[in-house]
Design a protein around this ligand. Structure first.
Ligand code: ACO
Length: 393
């Protein structure tokens, strides 16, 4: 049999094609008692709203990766182990110092995540100890590497993690060199929960494909970081802020939208649209909008928020009838902006959180592994003659 013998239906973007069986998370749309439709997101069958209200990122990572909520002792041990592995080797820092300061932090993160694998055994089949060590190291060190690049590109030295600060607070401390306000740290923790997992999206698929080759988990994460970076995926949060900046004022929203659609009727507005949440607003966008408002109440308003609200209103007229609504990336940038995080770090912050989901998928992929090797529909010719270079036009 050749690939030509297979005549499967081609679905661009693999829309609707199951790529794995998974019990890690669920996304869907449900009808409420009042007859409205709403988006659903569950991690290990627990609604995202409950986790955002009551869990913390480290507990959520445990839940995603090991499939159940930890006991108090398990959570304490897991947190302590992660906190004690937050430092990165001086050789990784030296390598990062050589990165151009004008380079994008996602590229720095992808290179640093891959470099971590240089220090630990490769191609090991994940017995329990190996898997646990890799999980701890990646969850612990990825935020340190994001923060280190931010300080180094400003010409400063990376700061050491603080053992007395939890996951989110320590990340913000390493990033800004200041202990964060507890409300800001709490909001960051909720943001990490919201971004930790989202079924078979592009970067998770990428992680699973890499995992299926039995590549080591550092390579799996580096693959996934590269895939998350694109503006149609995790990179959209940075693009949203650039768009709001370009629009500038509430009065300019409608002219901006009309101008974009006039130049290209299929113009893609960043932070809108989703393969699964068709006809509903992403449930994470709603929680993020609440978090943004909490920060504005405490630390002052952001004029971009009014622009964002007006843009959502205007785009509902144009895109709502086609089922296109704000996704997770629409309001996250406003939250991070209020925390003083530069726009090009929004996607690395997303990556810090998504490491939990990627690791859960790495683990699950290896439980019943078969290397990914899909097919294609060949559209070329056959048996063409080789033409000598001098005969080509
Ligand atoms: N603005 C305007 N039109 C849109 C948008 C948008 N943001 N998103 C989708 N559409 C339109 C498309 O033009 C297409 O129209 P058509 O049927 O007339 O051809 C239709 O809606 C379907 O869109 P697709 O791009 O085919 O939808 P798909 O499921 O392939 O893509 C995606 C989903 C990539 C998220 C898309 O909506 C998009 O590009 N959005 C902007 C980028 C973005 O915000 N990405 C973040 C997604 S969330 C995440 O990855 C974390």
């Amino acid at each position: 049999m050749t690939e030509g013998d297979l005549k499967p239906e081609y679905r661009p973007g693999l829309e609707g094609v199951p790529a794995a069986k998974s019990s890690i998370s669920y996304v869907g749309i449900q009808t409420t008692e009042s007859g409205n439709k709403e988006g659903v997101l569950e991690y290990r069958s627990i609604p995202i709203q409950s986790l955002a209200a009551s869990s913390n990122f480290v507990e959520t990572a445990f839940l995603l990766i090991w499939g159940r909520l930890p006991t108090q002792t398990e959570l304490t041990n897991f947190s302590t182990e992660i906190y004690s592995h937050r430092r990165i080797k001086y050789r990784i820092k030296d390598m990062m110092k050589c990165f151009p300061e004008t380079g994008h932090p996602m590229d720095a993160l992808q290179a640093s995540a891959a470099a971590l694998g240089l220090f630990y055994s490769r191609h090991a089949l994940p017995n329990q100890d190996y898997a646990r060590q890799a999980v701890i190291r990646l969850l612990a060190k990825i935020p340190t590497m994001v923060a280190a690049f931010q300080l180094m590109r400003k010409g400063n030295d990376a700061v050491l993690p603080r053992d007395d600060l939890d996951y989110a607070a320590n990340f913000l401390y390493m990033l800004t060199e200041k202990e964060p306000d507890p409300i800001v740290a709490k909001v960051m923790d909720v943001c990490l929960i919201l971004h930790a997992e989202h079924t078979m999206n592009a970067s998770t698929f990428s992680a699973r494909v890499t995992a299926s080759t039995l590549a080591d988990p550092y390579t799996v994460i580096a693959s996934a970081v590269g895939t998350l970076a694109g503006p149609l995926h995790g990179g959209a949060n940075e693009e949203v802020i650039l768009m709001l900046k370009q629009i500038g004022t509430v009065a300019n929203v409608r002219p901006y939208v009309e101008q974009c659609l006039e130049s290209d009727p299929k113009y893609k507005f960043m932070g809108f649209g989703h393969r699964v949440y068709k006809g509903v607003k992403d449930p994470r966008a709603m929680i993020l909008q609440d978090l943004a408002e909490q920060l504005f109440q405490k630390f002052g308003y952001d004029p971009y928020y009014d622009v964002a609200l007006e843009l959502e209103r205007v785009l509902e007229e144009y895109l709502g009838p086609r089922g296109i609504y704000p996704n997770v990336d629409y309001y996250s940038g406003l939250v991070y902006r209020k925390m003083g995080i530069p726009a090009d770090l929004f996607t690395p912050v997303f990556a810090i959180a998504r490491v939990a989901g990627w690791l859960a998928h790495w683990n699950e992929q290896l439980e019943a592994n078969r290397i990914y090797r899909p097919t294609q529909i060949y559209t070329g010719e056959h048996q063409q003659p080789y033409m000598a270079i001098g005969d080509r036009e």
